[in-house]
Write a protein that binds this ligand. Sequence first.
Ligand SMILES: NC(=O)c1ccc[n+]([C@@H]2O[C@H](COP(=O)([O-])OP(=O)(O)OC[C@H]3O[C@@H](n4cnc5c(N)ncnc54)[C@H](O)[C@@H]3O)[C@@H](O)[C@H]2O)c1
Length: 273
Amino acid sequence: MVSDPANGRLHGKVALIAGGGASAAFDEHASGAAGIGEATAIMCAREGAKVVVADISMLAAATTVAAIEAEGFTAVAVQCDVTKEADCRRAVEAGVDTFGELQLLVNNVGIGQLGSVLEIDVDEFARVLDVNLRGQFLMIQNALPAIERAGGGAIVNVSSINALRSAVGVAYETSKSALRGLTRNVALSAGPKNIRVNSVLPGAKKCSCRGHRPRPGLEPGGDADSSRSARLSVGGGAGCCLSRVGRRELCQRGGALDRRRSRRPTAVADPTA
Ligand SMILES: NC(=O)c1ccc[n+]([C@@H]2O[C@H](COP(=O)([O-])OP(=O)(O)OC[C@H]3O[C@@H](n4cnc5c(N)ncnc54)[C@H](O)[C@@H]3O)[C@@H](O)[C@H]2O)c1
């Protein structure tokens, strides 16, 4: 477990985590590990934010909220499918209605996909882009006016190292690459409104995401040589610069949740920072 003592960097802020549900709540294969969104929601609460956990699974969202409340912090769960505009609007309204304002959006939703251009049909290609790209666009479009009304804030879009290095998922990599373009464009227009927009590009993490789940032998801190075949089996041979699976907490620590960190030349910071 990574220890990163909270110091109130988000005190007085309201954070909306899209895809912040605890996958372990409904994924029988989760083995106790949960996703980046859940860990981010908990970290935001520990840093002093009031948190809105939005997820397509209300059970998953409520499970994260229960974990936050168990630590004595404040959060609310909302069911939200990011491919539905009305749901995105409702998630933003849940933050504003419950806590009065919104300053931070973490766009974490993403579904995995394995297969090359000849191994995927057009409907699956469209579905992955619908969730991973159009869904993030809809969340941004609905959250931006609220963040502007609050006087500014930040948006963090969760892309992937596979935006830079190809492995085996053509739709996934297309969506994560396009998300960086979306991030750059929104950063340009939102900057003058005191809203920072960044993307983070995690490498493979030990978590429950279907399509991202590490295969046996590819464990955090695992020996690079002994897990070589496993790396290749998840596409990590081309995209996994650490040659091992990381821990979800590292995504938040390197992320763009505050200005100082977003300017550091880390592996996950977007050039728009
Ligand atoms: N896990 C990895 O190794 C890894 C590596 C690089 C990037 N990423 C990216 O990080 C993000 C989180 O990945 P994770 O592995 O923690 O995933 P996860 O499956 O643990 O969490 C994703 C959450 O999104 C929710 N979700 C799925 N579809 C949704 C929809 N249409 N609307 C709202 N919520 C929806 C799920 O219920 C789940 O709670 C994704 O964008 C993923 O592409 C993950």
